[in-house]
Design a protein around this ligand. Structure first.
Ligand code: 6CS
Length: 340
């Protein structure tokens, strides 16, 4: 008994001396509200993995609990949150290079190539982490959330149909350029204001992936969905950098492994999700029009890509050019690794 007590005391002392990991609670906020929304499915898988492989606990805060996306990022930079999911659509105002994800038709529409790109991209896995680190953030992963489609009051078949349509975009300058090039009047707004602004007619359109159009009931306040294949919604998960750097190697490994597992999980989760969501919307509102534009109809939208790319380079200079060049190289590699 005496020996046992001595051993326990010694173990505790040794553990403390070696800085043994204590069981901590880590806060993780997302930009999406529903449990079935992609960011929350990712966050909950991450939580499950971390909790299964360590003594730590993750508290997930879905959208609504702690404020708009911009506030969440500030909280992560300040270390109030240990983890945050923020999409380049918002981070682009802080890290201009992150706007590269809004050059239309840059990302492939083929899902296999898209996933291959996110997994192996040098731009994403080596270049972006340096830019995020300058802002006090450890970039853990980026992943796609699904094809973005527009929802509007009237059908959109050509850029002329967007003339005088006040179209909500996330708050970054390149998205403004992109929707201007599409013929609309872009209106940057935080997410929390979008439903009300559509309802009151302040704006007449917005864009998002199918699952989000469904869960946020965008079909209640717009009548037409138009898919032109111009983009896939990209998001990013980050940790506060000081927090991450201060973790033991073992805990960093737990975090990295949990991120990798959640990435795989989210890829599976999204199989067929876009089609299913659009179908559910049509069931919920049978007179909702869902239009998938033909290759020919997409042409004038596709032709805007060069002009938006130029605007991106104007905004970001050499650093943006390096990212864009690397991304194109990564995209080519992903296409050839998955074709045939
Ligand atoms: O459009 C937005 O602002 C939101 N869209 C998605 C799919 N996720 C979060 C973001 O806030």
């Amino acid at each position: 008994m005496h020996i046992l007590r001595m051993t326990t005391r010694a173990t505790i002392a040794l553990g403390l001396a070696a800085g043994a990991a204590s069981a901590d609670t880590w806060r993780y906020a997302t930009e999406e509200a529903a449990e079935t929304d992609v960011q929350n499915v990712f966050a909950n898988k991450f939580k499950e993995e971390v909790e299964a492989n360590s003594d730590h606990t993750i508290e997930v805060y879905p959208f609504g609990a702690l404020g708009e996306s911009e506030a969440l990022l500030e909280q992560a930079q300040a270390g109030i949150l240990q983890f945050v999911d923020q999409s380049p659509g918002f981070t682009g105002s802080l890290i201009p290079e992150a706007q590269v994800f809004f050059v239309p038709y840059l990302l492939p529409q083929d899902n296999e190539a898209l996933v291959e790109f996110f997994r192996n991209s040098v731009a994403i896995n080596e270049m972006f982490p340096e830019l995020y680190a300058e802002q006090g953030l450890e970039l853990l992963t980026m992943f796609p959330e699904g094809e973005v489609c527009m929802t509007t009051q009237e059908p959109v078949r050509t850029p002329e149909d967007l003339n005088e349509v006040k179209f909500r975009v996330m708050t970054n300058p390149l998205l403004v350029e992109s929707y201007q090039a599409f013929g609309a009047t872009p209106t940057p707004l935080p997410w929390g204001e979008v439903y009300g602004a559509l309802q009151t007619g302040i704006i007449q359109g917005q864009e998002n992936p199918g699952f989000f159009l469904e869960s946020t009931k965008m079909y209640e306040v717009t009548d037409v969905i138009t898919c032109i294949g111009h983009n896939n919604f990209t998001t990013a998960v980050m940790a506060n950098k000081d927090f991450y750097d201060g973790l033991s190697e073992e805990d960093q490994q737990v975090v990295d492994n949990a991120i990798a597992a959640a990435f795989d999980y989210i890829v599976e989760y999204q199989a067929g999700l876009q089609e299913e969501s659009l179908q559910n919307i049509q069931e919920a509102k049978p007179d909702m029009q869902v239009n998938v534009l033909s290759e020919e109809e997409r042409q004038p939208f596709m032709e805007t890509a060069g002009q938006v790319e130029d605007a991106f380079i104007d905004m970001t200079g050499e650093s943006g050019q390096r990212i864009l060049d690397q991304m194109k190289q990564d995209l080519e590699a992903a296409q050839s690794a998955t074709s045939g």
